[in-house]
Design a binder for this molecule. Structure first.
Ligand code: EPU
Length: 342
C-alpha cells in the first residue's frame, strides 16, 4: 500500500468537485486498511474514508489521510433454509453486487438496483429505494476500529438502522472503517411492487408475470429517467432527506396543498423534499456551473466547473426558501467534507 500526497479527488467522487487529499491511500485488503490506520495514528492526522464517493460534497481540500476503500470479493458463506449468507468486500460497487446477486439467483435487492456507491457505504446510511431498505437483507458487518486497529463484528441490532441512518453516522461516527458486509438473500423471490412507479414501468414494458430481473430492469429504467448519470452530470443523488413533520405542521400544509405527497411513518408524517423544492420553483434552477436538476428537484448538479462552496450556497438558499414557504427545515442527506460548513 502506497501513501500518495496531494492527490486530486475530482475523479473519486460523483460530484466531480475540485479538491485534494493531503495524503491518500487506496486499500485493497483488511491488512492494508490496518496499515493505513496505523500510519494515521502515528501521524495523528485527520482521517476521511471514501467508498464510491457518491454521497459526499467536498467543500475544500481534505487535510490528513483519505482512505479509499478498495476491498473486493463476493462470497457465499452459508446456505440457509430459505436463502444464502453472502459476504461482500466493502469496496465492491453496490450496483455490481446487486447484478451479481441476480445472476446467482439470490434475491431481495432488486429494488435497490443502480444505486451508486460502494457496498461498505450502504449500511452507513441504510440505503433505500422503491419500498426496500438495505437493513431488510442485512445480516452483519465487519469493521476495523480506527483507534485500535482491531476487527469488530456488528450484528443487525448493533447498527441502529433508521431512515438513512445507522449508529455509524451517529454514536460511532468516525470510529470504524467498514471492511465487509454480509447479507441474507433469498432463493425464492419475494417481489416488492407496492410503488406505483414500479407497477407503471412493468406495465409499460408489457410484463405480466414479474421476476426479480424484470423488477430490477424497471427500477433501472425509472432511475435513469429521473436521476442524472454522474459520469455525464456531477451529482450525489438526493441532496436532502425527506423531512418528517408533526401532525400540526402536516395538517396546516395538507389543507393548503391537498395534492401534497405524504407518507405516515412511526415518527410523524414524511413529506417529499423533492415536491417541496419543486413547488417552491427551484426545479431546473440554473447558476451556470451548477443548479437544481430539471427532472428531480432533490438533486443538485455540478454542470462543470462548480466549487463545493457554490453548491453549499445553493443548498442553503433552497433550505431557507423551503423553510420560509412551508415552515419545514430540510436536512442534508449528503455528507459535507471537511466538517460541517453551514
Ligand atoms: N416530486 C416532485 N417533484 C420533484 C421530485 C419529486 O413533485 O422534482 C414528488 C414526486 O412526484 C413524488 C414525491 O415527490 O410524489 C416523491 O418523489 P420520488 O418518488 O421520486 O422519491 P423521492 O422521495 O424524491 C426517495 C429517495 C431516493 C429513492 C426514491 C425512490 C430520499 C431522500 N430519496 O426520493 O433515493 O431513489 O425515493 O424510492 O429518501 C438517494 O437517496 O440518493 C435517492 C435517490
Amino acid at each position: 500500500m502506497r501513501i500518495l500526497s496531494q492527490q486530486s479527488l475530482e475523479d473519486w467522487t460523483t460530484f466531480g468537485l475540485p479538491a485534494r487529499a493531503e495524503h491518500f491511500a487506496s486499500c485493497a485488503s483488511e491488512d492494508e486498511v490496518k496499515e493505513a490506520l496505523a500510519w494515521h495514528r502515528e501521524q495523528n492526522c485527520a482521517l476521511h474514508v471514501l467508498g464510491g464517493g457518491s454521497n459526499v460534497l467536498l467543500a475544500d481540500d481534505l487535510p490528513g489521510l483519505v482512505l479509499q476503500m478498495g476491498i473486493g470479493g463476493v462470497t457465499e458463506v452459508e446456505d440457509t433454509d430459505d436463502g444464502v449468507l453472502v459476504r461482500v468486500g466493502a469496496g465492491v460497487g453496490w450496483h455490481e453486487f446487486v447484478m451479481t446477486s441476480l445472476d446467482r439467483g439470490w434475491y431481495g435487492l432488486e429494488n435497490l438496483s443502480l444505486i451508486p456507491g460502494s457496498t461498505g457505504a450502504g449500511p452507513m446510511q441504510n440505503i433505500g429505494a422503491y419500498g426496500v431498505e438495505l437493513e431488510e437483507r442485512f445480516h452483519g458487518l465487519e469493521a476495523v476500529e480506527v483507534a485500535t486497529g482491531e476487527t469488530h463484528h456488528f450484528a443487525h441490532s448493533d447498527c441502529q438502522f433508521g431512515y438513512r441512518e445507522s449508529v455509524f453516522k451517529r454514536a460511532l461516527k468516525g470510529q470504524y472503517v467498514i471492511t465487509a458486509v454480509t447479507f441474507h438473500l433469498l432463493k425464492t423471490p419475494e417481489l416488492r411492487l407496492q410503488y406505483g412507479a414500479i407497477k407503471s414501468a412493468l406495465k409499460a414494458a408489457g410484463v405480466t408475470d414479474p421476476t426479480p430481473k424484470s423488477v430490477s430492469d424497471a427500477v433501472i429504467g425509472i432511475r435513469r429517467s429521473k436521476l442524472p448519470d454522474p459520469s455525464v452530470l456531477g451529482n450525489a443523488g438526493s441532496f436532502f432527506k425527506n423531512p418528517v413533520v408533526d401532525e400540526a405542521r402536516h395538517l396546516a400544509l395538507a389543507k393548503k396543498f391537498p395534492e401534497m405527497p405524504q407518507y405516515p411513518t412511526a415518527g410523524g408524517i414524511k413529506l417529499a423534499a423533492g415536491w417541496l423544492i419543486d413547488q417552491a420553483g427551484w426545479k431546473g434552477h440554473d447558476r451556470g456551473t451548477h443548479g437544481v436538476h430539471d427532472r428531480q428537484a432533490l438533486v443538485l448538479v455540478n454542470k462543470g466547473g462548480a466549487t463545493g462552496s457554490e453548491l453549499l450556497q445553493l443548498a442553503e438558499d433552497v433550505q431557507q426558501d423551503v423553510l420560509k414557504r412551508f415552515g419545514v427545515q430540510l436536512e442534508r442527506e449528503v455528507n459535507v467534507l471537511p466538517g460541517a460548513q453551514l
